[in-house]
Design a protein. Structure first.
Length: 262
């Protein structure tokens, strides 16, 4: 959710964005970008899964890193972090999320300058958005299709809603993620063809996140390709799995068989 994290500390296990400010023989000190610049330490034992000959080969001053929180002690102002425990996928997803939130802040700033929005109104916008969306950027993306109504439905005044939607359209280029898989469906009953057709239609009609599209086509009976286009890979993969599960369940209920083969 979109929340103020001033004076707060991350939870153990959280992924955070940090900037390296000082490298020493026993580790690297960083400032947490999302937590008012609070300082944390990556001990050298948490730098890499392999032996570290020179710590500066892995961390240098000014570098942005995605780190995992190991321990926090607010009383001592202590945050212990790990670089080696962050997977490649976690790093990519966290960095993308952070960049989106930075862009969202830029869009809010642009809208505020255009309409002379005061800080209290900006705080109100963030609070209203947080009641429905996981992030401010998600709401701005929705506004690309839904316009200012995305914000007016949240109780945001019309003039602010218009400014936000216009700023979103000028600064966000909606990129789609595409995932796909193949299923094999068979039914040897007299109504087998109709059963397969029903299974595919039922699968395509599942409830999907806004901006998600499902395409199903044959690649040579009895194999069918399922392609899902979504705002991000998380939505895409989840929808793909739900589509396939629905197709397999339906064909089974109609007396046929099915399996995912890729």
């Amino acid at each position: 959710m979109v929340i103020s994290i001033e004076n707060e500390y991350p939870d153990v296990g959280d992924l955070v964005i940090a900037t390296v400010v000082r490298v020493v023989d026993y580790g690297a000190y960083v400032k947490l970008d999302e937590y008012q610049g609070k300082e944390g330490l990556i001990h050298i034992s948490e730098i890499s899964t392999t032996w570290v000959k020179n710590i500066r080969d892995h961390a240098r001053e000014g570098q942005k890193l995605v780190l995992k929180v190991l321990r926090t002690n607010p009383q001592r102002g202590q945050i212990d972090l790990s670089l080696r425990r962050v997977t490649g996928r976690e790093k990519a997803e966290k960095m993308l999320q952070w960049k989106k939130e930075k862009k969202a802040e830029s869009i809010i700033k642009s809208a505020s300058e255009k309409t002379k929005i005061e800080q209290t109104s900006i705080d109100m916008i963030k609070q209203k958005v947080s009641e429905k969306y996981d992030s401010l950027y998600d709401a701005l993306e929705d506004a690309l299709e839904g316009g200012e109504e995305v914000f007016t439905k949240l109780g945001i005044p019309s003039d602010l809603a218009i400014a936000l939607s216009e700023a979103a359209r000028s600064k966000i280029r909606l990129e789609k993620a595409k995932v796909k898989a193949t299923v094999e469906l068979t039914c040897f009953k007299p109504s087998g063809i109709e059963a397969i057709r029903s299974a595919l239609l039922s699968a395509k009609k599942i409830r999907k996140p806004r901006g998600t599209d499902v395409r199903i086509y044959t690649v040579g009976s009895p194999r069918y390709r399922v392609e899902v286009t979504a705002k991000d890979y998380s939505d895409g993969e989840r929808t793909l799995n739900e589509v396939i599960d629905e197709a397999l369940a339906t064909i089974k209920n109609l007396g046929g068989e099915g399996r995912r083969i890729g």
